[in-house]
Design a protein around this ligand. Structure first.
Ligand SMILES: *[C@@H]1O[C@H](CO)[C@@H](O)[C@H](O)[C@H]1NC(C)=O
Ligand SMILES: *[C@@H]1O[C@H](CO)[C@@H](O)[C@H](O)[C@H]1NC(C)=O
Ligand SMILES: *[C@@H]1O[C@H](CO)[C@@H](O)[C@H](O)[C@H]1NC(C)=O
Ligand SMILES: *[C@@H]1O[C@H](CO)[C@@H](O)[C@H](O)[C@H]1NC(C)=O
Ligand SMILES: *[C@@H]1O[C@H](CO)[C@@H](O)[C@H](O)[C@H]1NC(C)=O
Length: 676
């Protein structure tokens, strides 16, 4: 079933770009499925089902049945008065034009071929071409008006600079707000929807276009698309407002008209019932619920995450804001069916690594000599949601842990991101920018969580990878910059990121081509302050893609072949050789959570601020020789996953390579001759 739905989704996806797809998995008759066309007339072979128009080009069939016994039977449509040989094949739900097989109560969509519109046909049939026999059909009425996105009014301009162009209802859950503007200075302002004649504080927060539940930032003529949460649709709300919940003021709003003829949202709602009384939605994809009982707190983290992603939640490192440094956090994840809720100590905004021999960064308590104070209760993954429940004492016996206060609210932190190859959290993809204060010990429990909706996020097309393939370049300038979200380092290399990456000659992790026998220099500007937990990056070259040599165990180190950048002290300790001042491209004041919005690295790079410390770069001189494998990697000595590939070639051009091969062969032949 899930598979069928996925495929069905793919077909809708091809059909209509706006629709945010799929899943009428639960057969609820009240559910909006588009404009009803009718029930298929049954003539032969048990053809039956209901037909809806989803948009101008696409028909939705529900409970479609056909016994599959026709010899030469197709989905068939035409503009003549009745089904007959004048018509065309409508490809099946997989886009194929094969003879139809059997269907039993199937739900799927069909898109008319060649951009034909539903209004251009008079009937749709299950038709046998050989016998010219109609097995079932439905008529398209004259003047049929298929669902389409509907343009309504603009946001009223009331205050805080709120404005937009005409809002478009893309489908029953999706609202496009073109050229949205808001000065960002409200106290506690959100996209807010509700019932009644005008906006009021009795409403529901709508996640922003990135799924965040945080107060809205400033917007300057940005095209914003939001999705109504849980089961809400445009038919169940009367207005949309930019609303300040604290001051109860409406900064700008629209009334959503009744009876809109819009495409159905095919986003599937995923029910998740919290078992603990308090619940807060941290992000569209993430909620935390909890209960305090006696000296203990039970916490449940539920997140719509990939199998290799973690959910983090904990107490802030500061008493006055939400802050990662100093935080006491839990990192929860699943490996197959096994769940983990590990207790972490965050001493720096960096993956756990050694700083002058001491572990620093996001490290397990146990690694720092503390203890894991979490007791895992249950862990399941269902419908793409990880649900992990753990318990701990409010005041743990580990003096390094923070105490969960019951007499006052407390600042918390959270994040979602990927686990690296060692099951350690890498740089987070989702995390809050604003402070989040939670009252844990509430007089009355409060649950403000909503249902999850199927993830309709488009997959990310990574930025174009770059190569430096130029025989004249013998010197590479290596600097540091942000890894560029899921389109950047993660997308290009397929590896997780620690947040920063190498920029070689101003390019994000280009693939380099070095020729055996030639000498190259890397001029390294990776930072030379060994006290820095995240910006001390000597360059190394190894035969494996991760690097981060310094943080590896002795056993792991022994498996790595270091080709350049590390020397060993007399006591056998590794020491980096290519260290230089820091040249860093950085986000100025821009929110790095929107890095995925940049279409190319070039545009992204232009949004960064480039700062360089004074001083000469460290030099790493390398001369690849025949013992070097064909692919090696440049990386950081201190942290994993910052660099990428070096192709080691025998020649820069193909003809040169053939010559080289030839000469090798000649030598071998010569040797053989001599032996003879
Ligand atoms: C928490 O425990 C420590 C010792 O384990 C104790 O000194 C402290 O008073 C306790 N705090 C509360 C609020 O009970
Ligand atoms: C976390 O690290 C800080 C700084 O090193 C230390 O003071 C604290 O005790 C640590 N906590 C735990 C649980 O190890
Ligand atoms: C990125 O920006 C830096 C600094 O402004 C510049 O030197 C570099 O050439 C840029 N890279 C690309 C690919 O545009
Ligand atoms: C080949 O390169 C490796 C790594 O740089 C080096 O250790 C080795 O001495 C070189 N071998 C020769 C024959 O130059
Ligand atoms: C050179 O020979 C190697 C095997 O010895 C082969 O893999 C490679 O493709 C050859 N290169 C060319 C350009 O023919």
């Amino acid at each position: 079933m899930a598979n069928a739905i996925r495929k069905w989704r793919a077909s809708v996806l091809v059909a209509c770009l706006f629709l945010s797809y799929n899943g009428l998995a639960q057969e609820d008759d009240k559910e909006y499925k588009g404009k009803y066309l009718g029930r298929l007339n049954t003539y032969h072979h048990q053809v039956s089902g209901e037909v809806y128009a989803v948009n101008e080009y696409t028909l939705l069939f529900t409970s479609f049945t056909y016994d599959g016994n026709g010899a030469d039977t197709f989905f068939w449509a035409g503009a003549s008065n009745r089904p007959g040989p004048q018509g065309f094949i409508v490809p099946d739900e997989w886009g194929k034009t094969n003879v139809l097989d059997r269907y039993l109560n199937k739900d799927f969509t069909l898109t008319l071929p060649d951009n034909k519109k539903i209004t251009e046909i008079k009937w749709f049939a299950v038709y046998d071409l050989a016998s010219q026999n109609t097995f079932g059909d439905v008529n398209i009425p004259e003047e049929f008006d298929p669902p389409a996105p509907q343009r309504i009014s603009q946001l009223s301009k009331r205050s805080h600079g709120v404005s937009s162009e005409s809002i478009v209802i893309l489908d029953s859950k999706t609202i496009s707000i073109p050229q949205f503007t808001y000065d960002g200075t409200g106290d506690d302002t959100y996209f807010w929807v509700g019932l009644g004649p005008q906006p009021s504080s009795k409403g529901t927060k709508v996640p922003d276009q990135y799924g965040y539940m945080e107060p809205l930032r400033a917007y300057n003529k940005e095209d914003v698309i939001i999705q109504l949460p849980g089961e809400m649709t445009v038919f169940t709300v009367d207005w949309l407002s930019v609303f300040d919940v604290k001051t109860k003021s409406n900064y700008g709003s629209i009334i959503i008209p009744d009876g809109l003829n819009v495409p159905p949202s095919l986003v599937k709602v995923i029910k998740h019932v919290q078992s603990l009384p308090n619940c807060v939605q941290l992000h569209k994809r993430y909620q935390v619920s909890w209960e305090i009982f006696g000296p203990q707190i039970t916490i449940q983290l539920a997140g719509q995450v990939a199998e290799d992603e973690y959910m983090a939640f904990g107490l802030s490192g500061s008493d006055t804001s939400s802050q990662m440094e100093g935080a006491d956090a839990t990192v929860a994840y699943m490996v197959d069916t096994r769940g983990y809720a590990a207790d972490y100590n965050i001493t720096a905004k960096a993956p756990c690594g050694k700083v002058l021999g001491q572990y620093k960064g996001v490290c397990k308590d146990e690694l720092l000599g503390g203890q894991d104070s979490n007791q895992l209760y249950t862990a399941v993954r269902e419908n793409g949601i990880n649900i992990i429940t753990y318990r701990r004492t409010l005041n743990s016996s580990d003096p390094g842990d923070k105490e969960y206060p019951t007499d006052r609210p407390v600042y918390v932190i959270w994040a979602l991101g990927r686990l690296d190859e060692n099951l350690e959290p890498s740089f987070h993809d989702f995390y809050p920018k604003s402070d989040l204060l939670l009252e844990l010990n509430r007089q009355e429990p409060e649950n403000s969580c909503m249902d999850f909706t199927e993830n309709d996020e488009k997959s990310f097309e990574p930025w174009k990878k770059t190569e430096i393939f130029d025989r004249s370049i013998r010197t590479f300038r290596a600097t540091i910059g942000p890894s560029g979200g899921r389109k950047g380092y993660q997308g290009i290399s397929g590896q997780t990121s620690m947040g920063y990456a190498w920029y070689i000659e101003g390019q994000l992790i280009p693939e380099l081509y070095l020729r055996r026998g030639l000498t190259y220099n890397f001029v390294v500007y990776g930072g030379n302050n060994p006290h820095s937990a995240n910006l001390y990056h000597p360059l190394i070259i190894t035969d494996e893609p991760h690097g981060g040599y310094d943080r590896l165990s002795d056993v792991a180190q022994s498996k790595v072949r270091v080709l350049a950048g590390v020397e060993f002290t007399r006591r056998g300790r590794p020491r980096p050789t290519a260290v230089g001042p820091l040249c860093l491209s950085k986000h100025d004041t821009r929110d790095r959570r929107v890095d995925d919005d940049f279409m190319s690295f070039k545009k992204f790079n232009r949004s960064l601020l480039f700062v360089c410390e004074s001083g000469e770069g460290g030099v790493l001189e390398v001369t690849p020789n025949t013992t070097w494998p064909d692919v090696v990697y440049y990386n950081s000595f201190t942290h994993a996953n910052m660099g990428w590939k070096i192709h080691v070639v025998d020649a820069y051009s193909r003809s040169e390579a053939i010559l080289h091969n030839l000469s090798r062969t000649v030598i071998i032949v010569a040797i053989i001759f001599r032996l003879l």
